[in-house]
Write a protein that binds this ligand. Structure first.
Ligand code: SF4
Length: 375
């Protein structure tokens, strides 16, 4: 089973980001106390099953200090059994990862870092409003490796407006030179409630050029393949099987408990959504209430979620599971759509398992939504 802890603070707001976070960090200590309390309140959610992965996401969990990390780990070990080989990931920004901090993280039990680098190109970092420099990104990777945390992932963003593909090629070359086993590469998207969203509304920037984005994606996929990275999910690439075990659990529909404001939990048939508001979260937890709304998933919801996440992975989706989730209705309703995409060369079906082809990967969301079931 899996545990996610959301740390909702950042030093500054990146222009593209619509995650839940606050740049007012005065409430960080009270927030960590509340999450520690929620760990106790939610100890039964996973029914005593052992934790195979723990993921500190955000926000910027690398802002946690020693005392805060100790408090959270003490609570985790008090209320949950953690597997000996558990993957314990912390999302980090390069500016936080000093040699001292990395030693603290390793000592606390963090054995994997997901580092938000996004680009090494200074004008792009400033355009995205990242807080760190390309040089800091490079140094922090070497510091992490020196501290013994070699299970590293870095995030990169592509389709940032540019005259040519040179900047992306340089970002990839720099990443390859750092010997990083896992890379997550995301297309820049412009979300409404972000600085970029406002700039787009005010015509200060133009929408992402879809053709440019598709050509950058193709370049990225072939460069990563040439360096021995396996594309095991559309945006995620790993060498030597160093997949993100935590994220893979989401794509495989395994149960997880999510703690902190804005975090979700899932037990196979129901999702719970913690309130995305720091003050209201702390207030409710202090009063002994978990501020979550529940959503019971209908068979259609379960099928659609499985299609949306599973089709993006190298494991594809199992026809048997789709039949089981849909109470035997999926094949009858979707056979025509399945065979039209198979004829088009976007899907393949082997041994009752459905996969996207290379060309289908460019249209993953559209294909999944065309296969969606409606109530
Ligand atoms: S991208 Fe990461 S660091 Fe930037 S605002 Fe969002 S959560 Fe914070």
């Amino acid at each position: 089973m899996h545990l996610y802890i959301h740390i909702p603070f950042c030093r500054q707001a990146c222009h593209y980001c619509d995650f839940h976070f606050s740049t007012n960090i005065s409430g960080k200590a009270a927030m960590v106390e509340a999450i520690a309390r929620e760990l106790e309140m939610r100890q039964d959610y996973l029914q005593g099953r052992q934790l195979d992965t723990i993921y500190f996401g955000g926000g910027t969990p690398s802002m946690l200090d020693n005392r805060e990390l100790d408090l959270l780990f003490n609570q985790i070990h008090k209320y949950f059994e953690v597997a000996k080989d558990a993957e314990i990931t912390l999302e980090a920004n390069p500016d936080d990862l000093t040699a001292d901090k990395l030693r603290t993280l390793a000592k606390a039990g963090i054995n994997r870092l997901s580092i938000g680098i996004q680009s090494f190109h200074e004008p792009h970092l400033r355009y995205l409003n990242r807080i760190h420099s390309g040089r800091e990104a490079e140094v922090c990777v070497r510091n992490a490796q020196d501290a013994g945390i070699t299970n590293l992932s870095v995030d990169l963003i592509y389709a940032i407006a540019a005259e040519s593909h040179n900047i992306l090629e340089n970002d990839l070359d720099k990443t390859f030179s750092l010997d990083i086993p896992h890379i997550s590469a995301y297309c820049l998207t412009i979300e409404p409630r972000t600085t970029f969203g406002n700039w787009l509304k005010n015509n200060r920037i133009t929408p992402i050029d879809e053709e440019f984005a598709a050509s950058q994606f193709e370049l990225l996929v072939s460069a990563l393949a040439a360096e021995g990275y396996e594309q095991y999910e559309i945006s995620n690439f790993a060498r030597n099987g160093k997949y993100s075990r935590h994220n893979s659990s989401y794509w495989k529909q395994e149960a997880y408990l999510g703690l902190g404001p804005g975090a979700h939990s899932y037990n196979g048939t129901m999702r719970e959504y913690n309130v995305s508001h720091n003050g209201r979260y702390v207030q409710a937890i202090t009063a002994g209430q978990v501020p979550a709304t529940l959503e019971i998933l209908s068979p259609e919801d379960q099928v659609n979620e499985y299609l949306l996440t599973g089709l993006r992975t190298k494991w594809g989706v199992e026809m048997g599971k789709l039949e089981q989730l849909s109470h035997g209705k999926f094949h009858a309703l979707s056979a025509a759509t399945l065979s039209s995409y198979t004829r088009k060369g976007w899907l393949t079906v082997e041994n009752q398992q459905v996969y996207l082809t290379e060309s289908g990967k460019l249209f993953a969301d559209r294909i999944a939504s065309d296969l969606f079931m409606t109530a």
